[in-house]
Write a protein of this length. Structure first.
Length: 399
């Protein structure tokens, strides 16, 4: 087969989002191409040198141009492209069909299966015991006002639990709301607008349902674009990690779950097929006024991401930790002025120097919860011994 005989999407191939994971088969180093959406049961692992070729598959050059540039044998490159396509790792009709099948399967069961939350415990009792232990080790923040919303991390539990526990502490004894709105960050998905979930989420503590009245109203007001990239939720952890804490505090309460894009990144194309954060916030405020009841809000937010793991040239040392904390506290102080637009402008001004990943949902929650006061409860930095990575997070209460 020649390049001209290939389908159009393979002639000009573009790789879908995936995570390269170094592995070994015997003594041979390989790179596992992990599809974050797990569209196909089959996975692909390639020799490390071949991964250099795969990195050229970005939609800007034809397959023939890639072969010429990398000196890859044409027949072998075609075989590689066809294999990538068969498991949904290339943009095109094959991946679209696999996405449709995956979403149909999810809709048939009605929820996203537990992934990130499963690390908390093997069953509900184990999860409750872990959360109770962390609450027992956390100092009471002694908040006198009613807490309408929180800012808490989406770090893994082993590193993030102090801020989870600090943020949720006051809600242990709070009356159950009618719903909880959780705003997350779209780390791996395709959508560059707001991505609303119409499906529930499973955790070891049971299935969390969505607030159907609110979600259907949002779809009516905003159109299908608000949930067109719903499959993004299957690869995302920022919503799911909060669910056991909500289940512990409130039991069975419905949620509204949405991934909020960064306000520092323009939409690729403003084609009215995606939903802007401003449009979503306006529609949600209107809907909540219509349905009534009590709504609480969660901003699932990590702060700085620094170190070689995030592309920085030098390991994280004590001076870097000090500088990051100083920057974080300056930006948190700006946030606590309770002006979302000024907060975004401050982040734009410093070009988000330490890679805060949740500016979008942090600013959106201010426009939804409309707090009279914002209080910083805790701030933490999680880093490794080698200085390869540092991620900071906080616990804030909006009252």
């Amino acid at each position: 087969m020649s390049f001209s005989d290939l389908p159009e999407h393979i002639q000009m191939p573009a790789l879908r989002g995936m995570q390269p994971i170094p592995i070994k088969k015997g003594d041979t180093p390989l790179v596992l191409l992990r599809d974050v959406f797990a569209l196909a049961e089959e996975t692909v692992a390639v020799p490390a040198p071949i991964f250099a070729v795969i990195q050229q598959i970005n939609g800007t050059r034809t397959a023939e141009e890639i072969a010429n540039a990398t000196k890859a044998p044409p027949d072998q490159l075609i075989e590689l492209l066809e294999k990538l396509d068969s498991v949904g790792l290339l943009w095109g009709p094959t991946s679209k069909k696999l996405e449709e099948e995956k979403l149909a399967d999810l809709r048939s069961i009605g929820y996203f299966p537990a992934k990130a939350s499963a690390t908390l415990g093997e069953d509900g009792d184990a999860c409750k015991a872990a959360i109770q232990k962390w609450f027992d080790e956390t100092e009471d923040p002694e908040i006198e006002e009613s807490v309408k919303g929180i800012v808490a991390p989406h770090l893994d539990y082993s590193r993030g639990w102090p801020n989870y526990a600090s943020a949720y502490y006051a809600w242990q004894t709070t009356e159950k709301p009618d719903r909880v709105v959780i705003l997350g960050t779209n780390h791996f998905g395709n959508g560059d607008g707001v991505v609303l979930s119409t499906l529930g989420f499973d955790t070891p503590m049971g299935t969390v349902s969505i607030d159907n009245d609110v979600v259907r109203s949002l779809e009516t007001k905003l159109g299908s674009g608000v949930s067109v990239d719903e499959l993004d939720h299957i690869a995302e952890h920022s919503i799911e990690l909060h669910l056991p804490w909500i289940q512990y505090c409130f039991g069975d309460v419905p949620i509204v779950a949405a991934l909020i894009p960064s306000p520092l990144v323009e939409m690729i194309e403003d084609d009215d097929e995606r939903t802007t954060t401003d449009a979503f916030v306006s529609a949600l405020n209107e809907t909540l006024a219509e349905v009534g009841g009590t709504t609480y809000f969660v901003s699932s937010a990590d702060l700085s991401h620094v170190g070689p793991q995030f592309g920085e040239p030098r390991p994280v040392d004590d001076q870097r930790k000090f500088d990051v904390e100083r920057h974080d506290r300056e930006m948190m102080a700006k946030y606590m002025e309770n002006d979302p637009d000024q907060f975004i402008e401050a982040m734009k001004w410093n070009n988000n120097a330490t890679r805060w990943c949740s500016i979008g949902n942090m600013s959106a929650i201010l426009k939804l919860a409309n707090p009279s006061d914002i209080e910083l409860i805790d701030y933490r930095q999680a880093s490794d011994e080698r200085g390869a990575v540092l991620v900071s997070s906080c616990a804030m209460m909006l009252s």
